[in-house]
Design a protein around this ligand. Structure first.
Ligand code: PHE
Length: 694
């Protein structure tokens, strides 16, 4: 369905529809019970009460938009645009409907229009359900049947608010407006003359001055004509439909040109005739179907979907003698270019500085009243392990959740990074949230509070394992560590400082740094093999000489050296196995008591003998390339290094030892249930318990 405003809805979303029984739980194979989702027993929308069920996914934020009726406000850009279109077709036999309420049945929205059962538009990730059989209309076509039935004129226009679960950014918002137009001719009334009547109606339409590409034939096997219409009838109706839309497009874009010229644009296209093209489309209730695209500011803009109404849709509405067309056009996009409104969320603004700029019947360029800086936050997590393929957490679910927490302060939510662990197959994701307000500055503490809620809800509702936050001083943003690099447990924070230094990639990205003694580099004396064998990639660079303190700046140099070599080859991946979490002060903290109170100068880490500093892995990595990269990198680092391969034995200090035997504590414990020590080890590995370990 739905091509307007939602070009990102693609069929492959079918695969990502989450569990049928609940809209928020995941079909996690883990046995840990998920906290129940709180949906009220019933919802009151515009004076009617609806029972909720496991399909309910309309949020209070979205429901609060249903009574705004922006298209009916005469001084609102959407109201002005509606008026303009209605005036354009005044006296041409159209009835205007502007009062349809947004809650409709699945029958009206989908079934009557012939949407197949598995159409992605029906999925809970794309549509707001009130309950299994009721939803917030996703398009104005939901009222087509009713209007065909009741309308007394040959044509009609429906303007209304429509709702689709979608990402939020400057051009997408989960609520927007559409105008639906339709026009039919009655066989009963015109009899054999119907062709002449349509032809006359077509000829009576003004000829718009635009250059139109109309490459494909009116109908063919893939965009077929209907059986109850002759070829001539189909051609004439198609021509009438296209001409009507071209008139609309010409009117809108000529006005947009005037506004752009008045605003000082020197684009040469603005003085050339308007260009548009027809392309074929598919809608379940029209055939043949098309879309029109308009050349605007250097790109093709998709304006509206349309087609010849299928016979059975009219028959379902009890109309057997009429044939005709329908189209649907999104108002926001059009209004954005007409009024120069840069952000779709502004339409919902209740700020006087926005509302007072517009006046009924007038098109003027929007003047930004202020620009406040935005702020970015990342949230990264491991998804719970599931047996089956498929996304556990749809981008729309996350967007929705963030929106329900921070409302319109959310400028944009996007999947920033994704990582599948090569061994465990576990998947981690990093989402980037852009917070921005149109009319005020945001404070860090306020955004951090929202971000805390986002994290909390993510872990409660989706059972994800959150990755700790990190801090990038160069961008002054709180970020999460890239999961792929996170082989180190950062979570210990006791005494904390918030100080920023050296904003490069090797500086720690967490905000709260534990102040600690620079300390001695540990010497491995027998206990730990940690990090001494290749674990992530295929080759590793291991410290061979005495333990060293490596500064972030040195590691960065070595990192750059390796990247310079592997970057041109697609595939190889660098794993950074040590992390700089020690704030070193060049003078002072050696002699001071405690953990050092003053400022510090650089970041460093302690690397004991036998620890791997870098690993290289991934496809297309030749051993000689890895060796060369490591050889050059080790020149940049203090100490002597050796190059090891996957499978090489781990080391304790200088001593190579046999690979440790992996113990299966659970099995051991089952054999000796009285062994308390084993029970404690198992407990200490439980992720739930780890959360509380500071
Ligand atoms: N309802 C369609 C949409 O939302 C547009 C459309 C309307 C297409 C009428 C054909 C006929 O994309």
């Amino acid at each position: 369905m739905m091509l307007l405003n939602s070009s990102r809805t693609t069929v492959n979303r079918i695969g990502s529809i989450i569990s049928k029984t609940t809209f928020i739980r995941l079909n996690s194979s883990e046995s840990r019970p998920l906290p129940p989702v709180q949906t009220p027993e019933s919802l009151n929308i515009l004076g009617n009460t609806y029972k909720t069920d496991e399909w309910t996914n309309a949020t209070p934020t979205i429901l609060s938009l249903t009574d705004r009726k922006l298209h009916k406000q005469p001084n609102h850009p959407l109201g002005i645009l509606r008026n303009l279109i209605e005036t354009k077709f005044e006296g041409m036999g159209y009835t205007y409907y502007n009062d349809f309420e947004p809650v409709v049945s699945t029958h009206e929205n989908f079934d009557i229009l012939g949407f197949p059962e598995d159409h992605p538009g029906r999925s809970k990730t794309d549509t707001y359900y009130i309950n299994q059989s009721t939803l917030l209309r996703t398009h104005t076509s939901a009222h087509e049947a009713e209007c065909f039935k009741t309308c007394k004129t040959p044509g009609y226009f429906i303007t209304a608010d429509v709702y689709r679960r979608d990402a939020i950014d400057r051009t997408h918002y989960p609520a927007f407006h559409q105008i639906e137009g339709a026009r039919t001719w009655s066989r009963n009334e015109h009899g054999n003359n119907i062709v002449e009547v349509i032809r006359a109606d077509l000829e009576a339409l003004p000829k718009p001055n635009i250059v139109v590409e109309n490459p494909s034939p009116v109908f063919h096997v893939d965009n077929p004509k209907q059986d109850n219409m002759s070829e001539v009838e189909t051609e004439l109706i198609a021509a009438h439909l296209k001409r009507t839309i071209e008139i609309l497009v010409e009117d809108i874009f000529n006005r947009a040109k005037e506004v752009a010229i008045a605003a000082g644009s020197t684009d040469p296209d603005l003085h050339a005739p308007l260009k548009a093209r027809w392309i074929e489309a598919y809608f379940p209730w029209t055939s043949p179907s098309w879309e029109i695209e308009v050349w605007w500011k250097g790109e093709w803009l998709e304006m509206c979907g349309c087609g010849i109404v299928k016979q059975n849709v009219l028959q379902n509405a009890g109309i057997t003698d009429r044939i005709g067309w329908a189209f649907g056009i999104g108002l926001e996009r059009t209004a954005m270019l007409l009024f120069g409104i840069p952000d779709i969320r502004l339409f919902w603004s209740q700020d006087e500085r926005f509302l007072n700029q517009f006046e009924a019947g007038k098109i003027n360029n929007f003047k930004p009243y202020s620009k406040y800086p935005g702020t970015v936050r990342d949230v990264a997590f491991w998804l719970p392990h599931v047996e089956k393929d498929g996304d556990l957490l749809h981008e729309n679910d996350l967007t929705e959740m963030v929106r329900s927490i921070a409302g319109d302060l959310v400028e944009n939510v996007s999947l920033h990074d994704e990582f599948v662990h090569p061994k465990t197959g576990k998947k981690s994701q990093c989402y980037r949230i852009n917070y921005q307000s149109m009319d005020r500055s945001l404070t860090n503490s306020e955004i951090n509070e929202y971000q805390d809620q986002v994290r909390q809800q993510l872990s409660e509702k989706y059972n994800v394992e959150l990755l700790p936050r990190v801090f990038s001083s160069s961008l002054s943003q709180t970020r999460s560590i890239r999961p792929s690099l996170n082989t180190f447990n950062w979570s210990s924070t006791s005494t904390t400082v918030s100080q920023s230094r050296a904003g490069h990639q090797w500086a720690p990205r967490f905000k709260n740094v534990r102040k600690q003694h620079k300390g001695r580099v540990p010497v491995r004396t027998g206990g730990s093999l940690k990090g001494s064998a290749v674990s992530m990639g295929e080759y590793g660079l291991r410290l061979k000489s005495d333990g060293a303190r490596l500064a972030a700046i040195q590691l960065k140099e070595a990192d750059n050296t390796i990247m310079r070599i592997i970057r041109p080859i697609a595939g190889p991946k660098l794993f950074r196995m040590v992390h700089c979490n020690i704030a070193v002060a060049k003078k002072g903290n050696e002699t001071r008591m405690g953990k050092g109170k003053g400022a510090f100068d650089f970041w460093a880490c302690r690397v004991p003998t036998g620890k791997i500093v870098f690993e290289l892995g991934g496809p297309n990595l030749h051993e000689r390339v890895a060796r060369e990269a490591f050889r050059l990198a080790s020149d940049k680092l203090p100490g002597v290094y050796e190059i090891v391969k996957r499978g090489d034995l781990p080391k304790i200090g200088f001593q190579q030892v046999a690979a440790p035997v992996k113990r299966n504590f659970i099995e051991e414990q089952m054999k000796t249930p009285s062994n308390k020590k084993l029970a404690n080890i198992i407990k200490s590995k439980d992720p739930e318990i780890l959360k509380y370990k500071k």
